[in-house]
Design a protein around this ligand. Sequence first.
Ligand code: GLN
Length: 485
Amino acid sequence: MSIVGKTTGELLDSMNQGELSSVEIVQAFLDEIGRRDNEVNAFLSVRPEKALEEAKEVDQKISAGEQLGLLAGIPIALKDVLCTEGETTTCGSKMLENFVPPYDAHVVQRLKKSGVISLGKVNMDEFAMGSSTENSAFKTTGNPWNVEHAPGGSSGGSAAAVGANMAPLSIGTDTGGSIRQPASFCGVVGMKPTYGRVSRYGLVAFASSLDQVGPMANDVSGAATLLEAIAGHDHRDSTSINCPVPSYSDSVDKPLEGLKIGVADEHFGEGLGDEVRKSVENSLDVYRSQGAKIVNISLPHSKYAVAAYYLIAPSEASSNLARYDGVHYGYRTENFDNMIDMYAASRGEAFGDEVKRRIMLGTYALSSGYYDAYYLKALKVRRLIRQDFDQAFEKVDVIASPVTASPAFKIGELSDDPLAMYLSDIYTISANLAGLPGISVPVGLSGNDLPIGLQLLGPAFEEDRLFRAARMFEKETDWKTLKVS
Ligand code: GLN
């Protein structure tokens, strides 16, 4: 097995046994970036010298017998939405093209403590708004399985980097599906943790009541270890919850006895493609053969999730993005006569179309006279969606559903149709509105060799259960051989 084909656990083992050094591992992934990224275009910046220097330090510590962090010496790709001290953080936007943060995000601090080594920052939809990474101001990322197809989004660079073996691990963020959908499109594992599980300090905000940072990896165990490294309380994020973080990496291999899996009719109705339906059904058979029970449940309000999300998320975005005024942060126009002119021109020149669309939608939904009819109503729907889940989880341990209605669409296929693009998050958005954890795990391949994922949702703070359930499938199968057509 080549170095870049190994899982995080295998890489850690080979370092422990002295078969590989961190320098060799980091070099192998840098070489793979050199070989594949001119085609995939996942990275916005690569830091070869610094990464190798950090790897050397890890190797020295290993030979000195020093105590090391959970992921010491393992390379990672970071979504360019997390502040990195002294290293450009663009958020995929011309607005922040030259923004060099003076501090590290909490997640970045935790990663450094774990000994993980950043290979660089990866591409994303501008301000994490999108489902294809086509909204990046800088480049279009291709799906590593077929570069004419989209990698998904907004964490498309993170998913493509792992899917192309350019990193074993990456960090993504998920506001409405941005970890799970690209993970599904690129054949990698991606988890959106419970709202409050991971600190958002130093994460460039999109929609603050929905945003969560989470792990992406080439296997379930790698994702579990990565979440363990980044989760936990941080007083600098008032929504960060102070409750213990279990050792996900220790428990991930323990199968769940008598697992009850809920399946909702609402997730298998109109619009779901045949290949995805078949793959999801096959995966349920795999669980049945392991003793799991499939139970019918109902999520009657999930049909309103996309509508509610596209009021709540843009409303919060319109408020969060008010800070980009050409004064406090980022881009400032060169052509202006007065201050108001300067605000308008700076924002007009530096924001892309989708970001402007969201700001307008959100400003409208929050405006007096419309607030009650749109924003407030959406909040009420959000509460009903959460109640549906609470009732379902009285009967089942996890809920299984598709991640997306179809495998990766082609680049350009949906970019002129914002509504069709919004609908690509139909199965993922409810978990964000309800604040619940969700994982996407690859379960098969389409007829034209594009990955298909299964989504498992769990009750709040039961990430451990989701990792174990996802691992049960992964252990039992080689998903790349499970082709449906
Ligand atoms: N695709 C959704 C959107 O455009 C979700 C994005 C995300 O999760 N960051 O808003």
